[in-house]
Ligand binder design. Structure first.
Ligand code: ZN
Length: 338
């Protein structure tokens, strides 16, 4: 069996990874040896029904893997409701390549992006040394960990030193606007760091110059042309917006007397708007008031629902979305990475 370390890129797990990921997890657990673990512990842990939990994490882009497509060699995930690092496993044939460490760092980075300042891990006893090495502090030892059926130790890591300058800036802005610092966790929204590079994307329907990432602009132009071929006219309303712009929107609404709770139902908090990424845009069509739900009754909206996916665009805030943000039929994001 080859154990040569290859520098695989860390990527979000897809549904197609899950069957082999479950097998890799079972093999990894099967090989664990620790004086406090009896065989029945290992079997309970190995055979726990976790595939639904993994699928849920994958669908919400909070499960990362490393290895060939469909054949993960290592995994790690973030459980948002318990602020917990989970699913850290490495294929037993590929131990010692630093895969777990890289994946844990990825989860920590993502956790900091939700505004999490202290990350929990319910570490199996064989893994306690690994977590200590990565800066986790010992918490209480649990006789029988609920989810695993075996003794484990709670371990915590302070993520404040891991925050990027941008993440610190976003949390300061939230504080200035009296938005709770757990906004990202509550709304299941990750901070949207600004892109490295933006390109001119022409003017929006109000004549204001707009910017997008190069990949998004290319996909938008393709989609625009395809829609025109079907006699559908799409218009850009607003594309890239920076942190200061989004802060200004919220401040103006506050000055008009709206409560912050009402404002956040229709506007993402500064730092969390997809418009910061240069990949999101608001779309309209002639004869429709921009940024109004009446857009959902236009042929343009129905065309987008049928065809936008082909061009890599998805509707970020559909009706009853997991983010508890009002339905925005006009808001589309380019999610296909180039
Ligand atoms: Zn938008």
């Amino acid at each position: 069996m080859s154990t040569a370390a290859r520098s695989y890129r860390i990527r979000s797990a897809r549904k197609a990874d899950l069957p082999n990921l479950m097998r890799m997890r079972a093999r990894a657990i099967d090989q664990i040896q620790h004086p406090e673990y009896q065989r029945r512990h290992i079997v309970l842990w190995r055979d726990a029904k976790v595939s639904d939990k993994y699928l849920h994490m994958a669908q919400q882009q909070r499960l990362w893997v490393l290895g060939p497509a469909g054949n993960p060699l290592a995994s790690a995930g973030l459980r948002l409701n318990t602020l917990e690092l989970v699913a850290v496993f490495v294929d037993p044939d590929y131990l010692g390549n630093g895969y777990a460490q890289r994946l844990v760092r990825r989860v920590e980075h993502a956790a900091a992006g939700y505004g999490i300042t202290s990350l929990l891990s319910e570490a199996s006893l064989n893994a306690v040394g690994f977590y200590r090495h990565l800066g986790y502090r010992d918490g209480k030892k649990m006789a029988t960990c609920d989810r695993l059926g075996l003794p484990c130790r709670e371990m915590h890591k302070n993520l404040l030193p891991r925050q990027t300058h941008y993440q610190q800036q976003v949390l300061r802005t939230l504080n200035q606007l009296s938005i709770p610092s757990d906004y990202g966790i509550r709304h299941k929204l990750a901070m949207q760091p600004p892109p490295y590079r933006l390109v001119d994307a022409g003017s929006d329907c109000f004549g204001r110059p707009q910017k997008l990432t190069a990949g998004t602009l290319k996909a938008w132009q393709k989609m625009l042309n395809a829609a025109a071929d079907d006699d559908i006219q799409l218009q850009m309303v607003s594309a890239y917006r920076d942190l200061a712009y989004q802060t200004g929107i919220i401040q103006r609404k506050l000055e008009q007397g709206q409560s912050i709770a009402d404002i956040l139902k229709v506007s993402a908090a500064p730092g969390f708007s997809e418009h910061h990424s240069g990949r999101a845009m608001d779309i309209n069509t002639p004869g429709c008031r921009p940024l109004e739900t009446e857009f959902s009754e236009t042929p343009a909206y129905h065309w987008l629902c049928r065809h936008a996916g082909r061009f890599g665009f998805t509707q970020s805030y559909p009706q009853n979305n997991i983010h508890d943000i009002a339905w925005e039929p006009w808001h589309w994001c380019y999610t296909r990475r180039r």
